[in-house]
Design a protein around this ligand. Structure first.
Ligand SMILES: [Zn+2]
Length: 454
């Protein structure tokens, strides 16, 4: 339960501290710049502490040099003289959002930021595009980028710009290439077998790099025991809970053959076997990036309203042409009977995610944007809504895009608002803990202490 109405109390010690700050302020005024010079003070809003789950009414957030300096009640935190005060009465403040599974193009950076996404883990774009994204992010306000640069896959890979390795012996060289290109993550793809995965994880550890896995020829339990940090798209889970032989054969045929068989397999999996996999993955502390928005979108490609969704208006025409949804469907070989089968997977996937979180597992919001029909930024909000629909509380849905995501990315300076954290935050017009859809009601976005949207 969320503590919504914390009573304001004045503790004597704090009142003393306040007096002291006041006296110090007067002294400083006599001999130098005001103590609040260069500081931003956000006052009056309700700050949601996503870690504790408590809401601080009438809060003060002090920001300086891109970081949060203080956050607390108006009784506890004094606004120093000279600070630039922004009154945010009647608003809510939450940490900036993190999209933990994206494949962005340069046009998506500003768009993601407008939707309050202040950090992005990008899991494959190829070397050239990764360099372009970095260059654009230097020139204009952009989400913080955590790039996997190029995925690792075994031949024949789905993507021509993947780095290929056909045996465990090539793992060190492949990971070394990623390090040369300043990758922050190692991403492995569907053709990676357990022996190669073990070698990749070993090489990644030498460089302190976490490993994200879109599994195909390795099941999720095996990958987790080998030490992957995150499992993408719920991949490898039907393979762990059901008939892995048939699914591995489909993955070996090709990407879409594997995806189609995998997606269709969910509805016939044994619920008890799935629940056991959920508990085991949660116990092993692996992060799940379910990308429910991807499963949901692909399951509704026969629904013309998906193709006309209002968020798509923000996508440049050239990008929409590149998507060529009809050509993708043709490549995949999907027919009208496939979509109801995909839709039958959805409640089973939802139950799996719910079981995983109920067992103490942590999920991170990821979107696969800007692949076909997945709009950068907007889809993070859809993902939180889908996670709530799957049975998570609004707070846990918000955690998936904030501090759980940051924990997965091994950073405690993002995804939460506390002294020392990056001042990445969004100001909302309504309470997201009442309705997670309120995360879309963005009034302002702050990135590294600067308003980038208001
Ligand atoms: Zn992806």
């Amino acid at each position: 339960m969320i503590e919504r109405r914390r009573r304001r109390t004045t503790r004597p010690g704090l009142a003393g501290a306040r007096r002291f700050v006041g006296v110090a302020g007067v002294l400083l005024a006599a001999c130098g710049p005001a103590p609040g010079e260069g500081m931003a003070a956000l006052t009056g809003a309700t700050v949601i502490d996503v870690v504790s789950g408590r809401s601080q009414l009438d809060a003060v957030v002090l920001v300086r040099d891109g970081h949060v300096v203080a956050v607390g009640s108006a009784d506890e935190v004094v606004v120093p003289r000279g600070a630039d005060v922004t009154d945010l009465g009647g608003r809510w403040i939450v940490p900036g959002l993190i999209d933990t599974h994206a494949h962005l193009q340069p046009w998506g950076l500003a768009l993601a930021l407008r939707y309050g996404v202040t950090s992005v883990r990008d899991l494959h774009d190829g070397v050239a595009l990764a360099d372009t994204l970095r260059a654009v992010a230097m020139r204009q306000p952009s989400p913080r980028l955590f790039l996997a640069v190029a995925m690792l896959d075994a031949p024949p890979s789905t993507y021509p710009d993947a780095f290929l390795l056909d045996s465990p012996d090539s793992a060190e060289v492949a990971v070394g290439r990623l390090v040369e290109h300043r990758a922050a993550w190692v991403k492995v793809y569907t053709r990676i077998t357990p022996d190669i995965l073990a070698a990749v994880i070993g090489a990644a550890r030498m460089h302190h790099l976490p490993v994200a896995a879109h599994l195909g020829l390795t099941d999720a339990i095996t990958a987790t025991h080998l030490g992957v940090t995150s499992i993408e798209h719920l991949s490898g889970i039907p393979e762990a809970a059901g008939d892995s032989v048939a699914l591995f054969a489909a993955h070996a045929k090709g990407f879409f053959a594997g995806w189609t068989a995998f997606e269709k397999s969910w509805s016939s999996l044994d619920p008890a076997a799935l629940a056991m996999v959920a508990r085991e993955l949660a116990a092993q502390r692996v992060f799940l990036v379910p990308t429910l928005v991807l499963h949901e979108t692909f399951s509704r490609l026969d629904d013309s309203t998906v193709l006309r969704s209002p968020g798509l208006a923000a996508v440049p025409d050239s990008a929409r042409r590149n998507w060529n949804v009809a050509a993708m469907i043709k490549r995949a070989g999907w027919r009208s009977a496939d979509y109801p089968a995909f839709r039958a997977a959805r409640p089973v996937q939802d139950r799996f995610v719910r079981d995983f979180v109920a067992s103490g597992g942590r999920v991170a919001a990821g979107t696969d944007a800007s692949n076909q029909l997945l709009v950068p930024g907007a889809t993070v909000h859809t993902e939180m809504e889908l996670l709530e629909h799957a049975g998570l509380t609004p707070l846990d849905a918000l955690r998936s895009a904030t501090y759980w995501a940051a924990d997965m990315m091994r950073t405690d300076s993002l995804g939460r608002l506390r002294p020392g954290a990056a001042a990445d935050l969004i100001v909302l017009r309504a309470d997201p803990l009442v309705d997670i859809r309120n995360t879309r009601r963005i009034e302002r976005v702050m990135l590294g202490g600067k308003w980038v949207q208001r």
